[in-house]
Design a binder for this molecule. Structure first.
Ligand SMILES: Nc1ncnc2c1ncn2[C@@H]1O[C@H](COP(=O)(O)OP(=O)(O)OP(=O)(O)O)[C@@H](O)[C@H]1O
Ligand SMILES: [Mg+2]
Length: 228
């Protein structure tokens, strides 16, 4: 169960949950544990790709230098090469010298993803990381992330509004109810890995899982509208 997707209605508290889980804010109740110890602050092993990507890059640093912020653990002589490789991986080769505000929203999101990936995290948390990206690029980035998961050992938490994406990437999908949020359903995803769009999304099990999760998401949505 290395990759967990979280889906739920807008305003349910998904971002709040990620902020608490990554040590960015204390939970109102309960405790977050990392490495068997309570997590009281941000730690180097946890990397977060924020939903508000336009606020997460430093506007006064070039894209390459923003990405390099995640590569401080690497020896200086390897940094440039690794930054270039990370930019290439997310389809931003050649944009290293630009500034974040010169890029489109989706490109900024990809730069933030490159910075998170290069930091070699033990846990990667992503809040709607592909929301502003076109469908084609989105599919490509999902495969980039999925590929990395299959080749390395980090765990991940992914918040997404896209049920198919939640299933495609995860080992487990959590459906949250409306605020005050609780876990409405937990769906195990046992689709074979390595996964690919061409193969995995055509499997009959994929369609079954999608129907199952969608039903619970609709339930959560109905509860939201009903409570207004
Ligand atoms: N458990 C909670 N208790 C009290 N307030 C909460 C709780 N969870 C979330 N909130 C509050 O609800 C608001 C919306 O939460 P949040 O931004 O986390 O939602 P979200 O699920 O990420 O929504 P979206 O899908 O639109 O990004 C915030 O103001 C947050 O402080
Ligand atoms: Mg949010």
């Amino acid at each position: 169960m290395r990759v967990v997707s979280i889906v739920g209605p807008s305003g349910a508290g998904k971002t709040t949950l990620l902020r608490a889980a990554s040590g960015l804010r204390p939970p109102d109740r309960g405790e977050v544990h990392f490495d068997g110890r309570p997590l009281l602050d941000v730690v180097p092993g946890i990397s977060v790709v924020f939903q508000e990507y336009n606020k997460s890059l430093f506007p006064w640093l070039s894209v390459a230098r923003n990405v390099a912020m995640g590569a401080r653990h690497l020896p200086a002589e390897r940094r440039t090469g690794e930054v270039e490789a990370a930019l290439r991986r997310v389809g931003l080769a050649g944009f290293g010298a630009r500034y974040p505000w010169e890029l489109s929203g989706g490109m900024q999101q990809r730069a933030a993803l490159a910075r998170a990936l290069i930091s070699d995290p033990r846990v990667l948390m992503m809040d709607e990381p592909f929301a502003s990206v076109d469908a084609l690029t989105r599919g490509h980035l999902e495969d980039v992330v999925s590929d990395l998961w299959e080749r390395s050992s980090f765990a991940a938490l992914l918040v997404t509004h896209d049920v198919a994406e939640a299933i495609y990437l995860a080992d487990r999908v959590l459906v949250l109810s409306a605020r005050p949020s609780r876990v409405l359903a937990e769906v195990a995803v046992q689709l074979p890995r390595p996964r690919s769009h061409g193969r995995t999304r055509l499997l009959p099990e994929f369609a079954e899982l999608e129907a199952q999760v969608l039903e619970r998401v609709e339930e959560a949505g109905r509860a939201t509208i009903g409570s207004r």
